[in-house]
Design a protein around this ligand. Structure first.
Ligand SMILES: Cc1cc2nc3c(=O)[nH]c(=O)nc-3n(C[C@H](O)[C@H](O)[C@H](O)COP(=O)(O)OP(=O)(O)OC[C@H]3O[C@@H](n4cnc5c(N)ncnc54)[C@H](O)[C@@H]3O)c2cc1C
Length: 379
């Protein structure tokens, strides 16, 4: 058993850490404040291969392993959790299912566009009445000659207004229940594709979250992803991979909260000494550090399991559950350690606090992760 990163993974971590420090850190607070999508950052990330992390070189990607992917998302999220989730969705919820379920034509057409960042990807599953219960979706796709005609709407879609390529889920056979759901690759310039509201959120402000409306949207038959009726299976398997990304985002947020808290506690003087000398503060920091290391171990184990092939639902759910709860606690304690200053926008812990909460909600709430884990451990 070896707990060390290999040389390539260390090199990637150092490269992305350096990039995030120079290119993301100076912009992150302003993007949050103005709720602006990080287009320029994403362009630069594409140049480094970070928008095609798991895509093999033959389709224009970097062809890295999933532990490297987790490292990239952690390092990006330490500086900007919004850019972290955009990158995670793009790589693991869009490129990955195309790679896994796409035809050779679909891979050749879409993967290079995504890997080079010429198009950003979005995963369009959730609807107004179908969140945790994704199978309750109402959007329909009806075959008409060489096209499927899609009608319906989607809620809370990360990058929904900015993405050029969407994986859209819709019902092709209502009588078949979960087995009547299919997945489609949809280009956003398709007639009938419309962006509705952009949600006004608590955090991850720079990752725009949109409502999408489909009105008689004609999608070519060859854009069906996998077989008709395989959509629900594709969604669940894809979300297993996505949860590794969200766990990594959570670890990044928590790690930043820890680093900021250590630094602040060593500078801030009360009662004639740095607050880091008080045991109450030391214990908070010790708990943060321990939970973060445990989260990272679960995360890397899930990433490793994904690369071994086979199912890794339990590993991904455990990593996402533990890391997201750790991020929320670490951000909360980070604000506490900063006292009144932590409640102001002058200190980054205020943003971390707002950004952390979503990691317990999207790509399956903590309750949903516990359902997956329980299903896997209670036989
Ligand atoms: C910022 C943001 C970005 C998002 N990005 C995307 C995206 O890119 N693509 C996408 O498809 N979706 C996206 N989502 C949607 C997200 O995945 C859903 O919000 C999430 O799955 C929860 O669904 P819901 O909001 O409908 O909550 P609900 O499912 O209504 O849940 C409400 C509460 O009930 C609990 N609950 C529900 N069912 C059960 C049960 N059986 N047992 C116990 N508790 C239960 C939930 O855990 C939760 O606490 C995003 C959401 C947000 C806020």
């Amino acid at each position: 058993m070896d707990f060390k990163l290999n040389d390539n993974q260390k090199m990637i971590r150092n490269m992305v850490r350096d990039f995030a420090e120079k290119e993301i850190e100076p912009l992150a607070a302003e993007l949050d404040e103005k709720e602006e999508y990080p287009h320029e950052i994403l362009k630069k990330m594409a140049g480094l291969g970070l928008l095609g992390i798991l895509v093999p070189a033959e389709y224009g990607g970097a062809g890295l392993d999933t532990v490297s992917y987790a490292i990239v998302i952690e390092e990006i999220s330490k500086k900007c959790a919004s850019t972290g989730v955009i990158t995670s969705v793009h790589n693991s919820l869009v490129s990955d299912p195309i790679l896994k379920y796409g035809t050779e034509e679909q891979k050749k057409k879409y993967l290079p566009l995504l890997a080079k960042g010429e198009k950003i990807g979005a995963f369009s599953g959730t609807e107004a009445n179908a969140g945790t219960d994704l199978g309750a979706m109402e959007t329909t796709a009806v075959l008409d000659g060489d096209h499927y005609v899609i009608n319906g709407s989607k809620m809370f879609i990360t990058s929904g207004s900015e993405a050029g390529i969407h994986i859209v889920f819709a019902i092709t056979d209502k009588s078949a229940g979960y087995k009547g759901i299919s997945a489609f690759i949809v280009e956003s310039d398709t007639e009938g594709f419309e962006v509705g509201s952009i949600f006004d959120k608590m955090g991850i402000h720079a990752s725009l979250t949109a409502e999408l409306i489909f009105e008689d949207m004609r999608v070519p038959k060859e854009n069906l992803l996998g077989e008709e009726g395989e959509g629900f299976k594709i969604a669940l398997a894809t979300l297993d991979g996505g949860r590794i990304g969200i766990a990594a985002q959570a670890v990044g947020i928590a790690q930043r909260a820890l680093e900021e808290s250590i630094e602040y506690s060593q500078q801030r003087q009360q009662f004639g000494r740095p607050i880091s000398k008080f045991q109450a503060i030391q214990w908070k920091i010790a708990d943060m550090a321990t939970n973060i290391e445990a989260s990272r171990l679960l995360l890397h184990r899930a990433a490793f399991a994904k690369d071994q092939g086979g199912r890794f639902s339990k590993e991904a759910a455990m990593a996402k559950l533990f890391a997201s709860e750790t991020a929320v606690k670490a951000a909360l304690e980070g604000v506490q350690i900063h006292g009144g200053y932590g409640y102001t926008k002058e200190y980054v812990v205020e943003r971390l606090f707002r950004d952390a909460k979503i990691t317990e909600i999207y790509e399956g709430t903590s309750e949903a992760q516990r359902m997956v884990i329980a299903k896997n451990v209670i036989k």
